[in-house]
Design a protein around this ligand. Structure first.
Ligand SMILES: Cc1ncc(COP(=O)(O)O)c(C=O)c1O
Length: 426
């Protein structure tokens, strides 16, 4: 039965119990044990409101510096996105039939092609990032007729089949996901990559800035060399821009100027997700150079996704792209990102007994602590001080911040003040 009230239909404890009983006992226990019964309630702009604070007294309002890894690039309930959602429904859009040709998919793909670098101009649609990575790997295998996939140690690309195979062992070992065709090399080590790449290699798949791996910034020139190696061995280069794409680095694409102004590398396939949803309608894309389309010449229905590329989703995503691709929007991300980076580096100096490194680009930052424990405790302390950040799953000593791209200078200052208090309380 649908109720008019959405948030707080029961008290917090009853909802945690309900969640434990019917969704996940381990997850409910995790949050309860760390003293936070975090049930998200109303979301608005850069804020997430909690149903109740810790024991009824904790922060009721958090500044969202997690954004589900960039899902909420435009914050929560951006008025133009909400309007597009309603408009799309009123215009008669729904998911659309996945076999039929689609006006909305064509229009969104054209808009993407205009924004994507180099000759990347074809797009296929999925629902989530893992599915879109799976498709990228499938394309590389079918095109090259080779099997080997090379990714980075500590990588995270999703939990679906091929994507999981390219992830760090912590994610795949419990499921006995083991294949000699999936190799992993240390990130940003070009010699290690050169050693394992051979005539059997179908693709090289890297996150531009590995997020779960610890917000790692490769040295200038690294991706240029990866490109050269791929060209040399006819290997497909896949950029996972699920977190770094769509303006996160202050440039449209991390790999194309976002890491280093003068380093503009064009992969063969670029994968986007998270922010593509505009926070309201799941949608992900696998965009590629035209040659790769030969994979579908014999059978255009070789790869299908029933709910991937919903027409309603495409309509909203087109609005999202209109907003984030304007030069003033990207300049804003670059400016507030610099302010945030400077503030975090100052904290590194002021708390040099706790913080060992600060890394990032645009509005994607990692703060590396002396050990895992300090980092985890910092995250908890930040939440208690009203800032929702997270630690990197495959490098727990690093805490990460991905605030909404619409964040203002004053809000950045507020975050820095709040996490300073969090550090003082460690
Ligand atoms: C870099 C990267 N790639 C892929 C994915 C998978 O995306 P999804 O959770 O939508 O399947 C994630 C998710 O966190 C990610 O961070």
């Amino acid at each position: 039965m649908h109720q008019k009230k959405v948030f707080g239909t029961k008290d917090q404890k009853s909802l945690v119990d309900l969640y434990a009983k019917y969704v996940s006992e381990p997850k409910a226990s995790f949050f309860t044990q760390i003293g936070l019964g975090l049930i998200q309630a109303k979301r608005e702009g850069i804020k997430i409101h909690m149903l109740e604070g810790e024991d009824g007294n904790g922060p009721l309002e958090l500044i969202d510096c997690h954004t589900s890894g960039g899902v909420f690039n435009l914050g929560h309930h951006h008025p133009e996105i909400n309007a597009a959602l309603k408009e799309g429904l009123n215009l008669g859009l729904d998911i659309g039939d996945h076999h039929l040709l689609s006006e909305q998919r064509a229009l969104l793909a054209k808009q993407l092609a205009d924004l994507l670098p180099g000759r990347i101009s074809k797009t296929m649609f999925s629902v989530g990032g893992g599915e879109a990575i799976d498709l990228a790997i499938k394309l590389s295998r079918a095109f090259t007729k080779r099997k080997k996939i090379i990714s980075a140690k500590r990588a995270y690309h999703g939990v679906t089949g091929f994507a999981l195979g390219a992830c760090a062992p912590s994610f795949k070992d419990p499921f006995f996901w083991d294949s000699p065709d999936f190799l992993q090399v240390p990130f940003a080590d070009i010699n290690a990559l050169r050693e394992v790449m051979d005539e059997e290699t179908a693709c090289v798949l890297f996150e531009t800035i590995p997020a779960t791996g610890g917000i790692l910034i490769p040295p200038e020139g690294y991706f240029r060399e990866v490109r050269e190696l791929c060209d040399d061995k006819n290997v497909v280069m896949i950029a996972d821009e699920v977190q770094t794409g769509l303006g996160r680095t202050g440039k449209m694409w991390g790999i194309y100027g976002g890491l280093y102004d003068k380093e503009q590398v064009v992969p063969d396939i670029m994968v986007l997700a998270k922010g593509m949803s505009s926070g309201v309608y799941p949608l992900s894309t696998t965009s590629y150079i035209p040659e790769l389309e030969s994979v579908f010449e014999e059978d255009p229905f070789l790869h299908i996704s029933t709910t991937g590329g919903s027409e309603l989703g495409c309509y909203i995503t087109r609005k999202m792209l209109d907003i984030i691709s304007t030069p003033s929007f990207l300049a804003h991300v670059e400016n507030v990102g610099k302010l945030f980076g400077q503030g975090l580096n100052k904290l590194k100096n002021d708390f040099s007994d706790k913080i060992v490194d600060v890394r990032g680009r645009g509005l994607m930052w990692g703060v590396e602590f002396i050990d895992d424990f300090t980092s985890l405790y910092f995250v908890l302390s930040s939440v208690r001080n009203g800032v929702f950040c997270d630690y990197c799953g495959n490098h727990k000593a690093t805490s990460k911040f991905l605030p909404p791209l619409i964040i203002s200078e004053n809000q950045i200052t507020e975050i820095l003040e709040r996490i300073t208090t969090a550090l003082m309380n460690l």
